[in-house]
Design a protein around this ligand. Sequence first.
Ligand code: UDP
Length: 331
Amino acid sequence: MRVLVAGGAGYIGSHVVADLKEHGFGVVVLDNLSTGHQWAVGRVPIHGVRTNDYPMVKALFRNYKFDAVVDLASYSQVGESASDPMKYYQNNVEGARTLMDAALSSGVDTYIYSSSAAVYGNQMSAREVDRLDPINPYGRTKRQVEEMLEDYHAAYGLKYIALRYFNAAGAWPEKSLGEDHQPETHLIPKIVDAMLGRSDGVKVFGTNYKTLDGTCIRDYVHVRDIAAAHRMALQYLQDGGKSGPINLGSGKGYSVLEVIKAAKFVVDRDFPVEYVDRRPGDPDVLVANIEKAKETLGWRPERNLSHMIWDAYQWHRDHPDGYGDKRRPGR
Ligand code: UDP
């Protein structure tokens, strides 16, 4: 099966590419490298096309015979989506629509979409059938694309799975793949930076949330488990599986303080922790119900929070400049 992976040079995309390659899939990457890294795709062909450039995207579909599209080409910073929503609607919504149109008009009817837990808003044990209530523009772009997929499925027979990721974390150190965001905002890489002495410490955003210890609760899931789910979703659709959304989380929630405690234990390194004000747009609790992924895809997370922390730690330790470190061998 030959798959076009849009956003394949990004954090999650590069793990998807590596996983598909490892399982014998043909892979071509579309990524304009606005946030992704060329090094992260190894020797896979990469085309620096914008997803919302229809003629260029269409030309790509003419040049290759794809069987499916995996679309991870989204901007994903919640705060930025609030200050610059145009960027998000143009890229995340227009880009997905262009890709879907180009795929359908080229006879490609299988589409795996990277959606997000952000479509839910604030929720404990979120199920796919629950009402969607995103609380920021990023989450709304994800909901809009899911609605488009549903309509395209009903009208044109587009087969799709929208994978709603909860908090992706970890790395694939054996393949030199990890998380390199500029700027980095996510909790686990921030903790790792602090452990490695590359920052003054970790700031805990808010201590008065409606949770047991007052800090936000999230559902962390290993990026390699997320990557595997894309492959399983492709297989599932090929075997006649039903289109729709599927949550990808661990089903367990950890507070910010619990993650910090786990990290200190797993890596056995201490670091300063500072308590500061809330960050705007953070829900108190966001945890997945993952029964649907288990029942439909036969997927379950194989790696726990300790694995995520340890893999992230190894990758950051060995790549002090992230993908800027050119000593890293290509795959
Ligand atoms: N967080 C924190 N300090 C940081 C980064 C994140 O306290 O330096 C908190 C954040 O407020 C949220 C949780 O950690 O409650 C996870 O945040 P992250 O940015 O990793 O993922 P998000 O849930 O926003 O997708």
